[in-house]
Design a binder for this molecule. Structure first.
Ligand SMILES: *[C@@H]1O[C@H](CO)[C@@H](O)[C@H](O)[C@H]1NC(C)=O
Ligand SMILES: [Ca+2]
Ligand SMILES: [Ca+2]
Length: 307
């Protein structure tokens, strides 16, 4: 039995201005300082049948929004630093991003906030991880260090060849069920665009659709053969969800992280799967590579399905 979680990593910067007393406007410039960096990690149940992980947008190497509000002209105001860094002004009042001291990271609330680095070292939180990575900037070690997965480091069994071929069977079925679930719940939220909803509607209303549930690999394989067309859009959709920084038709390690990181502790073939997805080994997964990995036929790979 796998565990199904939703991992949302929300990084939000907030500038809190001093309470606005009824002061004369001339005193506006002498406001007090308040800096607030907020990192929240939430793990909750999405109840998507028997499917692994739903990951909202959010990117592991993305800029953390750090906003300081000192005076109106504070150069750090709206000066964004990437994760692991904070903004400071130098002597000439120029804003710059400097490595965050890990001890200034919020103390983590529990094991579920721990992350495991590619150095197989457990960090208290992603904040601690990125601050530590920043301290290694410019070194080979720092360049190679990535956030590997969510949770403390643990033994991950090697992925055997036969297990590797099972991974896309479950993942495809899961992607389809995630979309159907988003569709069902989309009445007041805007989880899907109108165009996406039209696509999912066809899948949702198809009575041949395999319902969410724990299915044998044989059944999943059989369904993929029989209802192949239902899987084409979900595979493209997930690619579009991840290809955001930048939107260029390629997934970097960082772009893949929101999907990979929560999945690895549950699906031990994740790392190997995405490695072999990168068929030309250029460190990026192109749409063609991605879709091929999920068994989509060449003639059905279509960048216009990403919207
Ligand atoms: C990583 O660390 C965990 C926990 O300390 C250990 O069980 C595991 O064997 C390590 N993995 C590797 C590849 O060294
Ligand atoms: Ca990209
Ligand atoms: Ca590639």
């Amino acid at each position: 039995m796998r565990v199904w979680i939703v991992f949302l990593l929300c990084l939000a910067g907030k500038a809190l201005t001093a309470p606005a007393e009824e002061e004369p406007v001339v005193e506006e410039a002498s406001r007090s300082v308040c800096v607030c960096v907020c990192v929240c990690v939430c793990v909750c149940d999405l109840e998507v049948g028997t499917n692994p992980v739903q990951v909202e947008t959010g990117e592991f190497d993305e800029a953390i929004e750090v906003v300081e509000d000192v005076v109106a002209e504070n150069p750090c105001l709206n000066h964004h630093c990437k994760k692991g860094k904070v903004c400071e002004v130098d002597d000439s009042n120029t804003p710059m991003c400097v490595c965050q001291d890990p001890s200034t990271c919020p103390t983590s609330a529990g094991e579920f906030e721990h992350v495991c680095g590619t150095d197989n070292k457990t960090y208290d939180s992603s904040c601690h991880f990125f601050a530590s990575k920043c301290a290694l900037e410019g070194t080979k070690k720092g360049h190679k260090l990535h956030l590997d997965y969510i949770g403390p480091c643990k033994y991950i069994a090697p992925c055997l060849d036969n297990e590797l071929s099972e991974f896309p069977l479950r993942m495809r079925d899961w992607l389809k069920n995630v979309l159907v679930t988003l569709y069902e719940r989309d009445e007041d939220h805007n989880l899907l665009t109108e165009k996406q909803k039209l696509k999912v509607k066809k899948i949702y209303e198809n009575e041949k659709r395999l319902q969410a549930g724990e299915h044998s690999l044989d059944l999943l394989a059989h369904d993929f053969e029989k209802n192949y067309n239902m899987y084409i859009f979900p595979v493209h959709w997930q690619f579009g969800q991840l290809d955001q920084h930048p939107v260029d038709g390629y997934l970097s390690h960082t772009e893949l992280a929101p999907l990979r990181a929560p999945l690895i502790p549950m699906e031990h073939c994740t790392t190997r799967f995405f490695e072999q997805c990168d068929a030309d080994a250029d460190k990026y997964i192109a749409l063609e590579e991605w879709a091929t990995c999920f068994g989509i036929k060449e003639q059905d790979i279509d960048k216009d399905l990403i919207f």
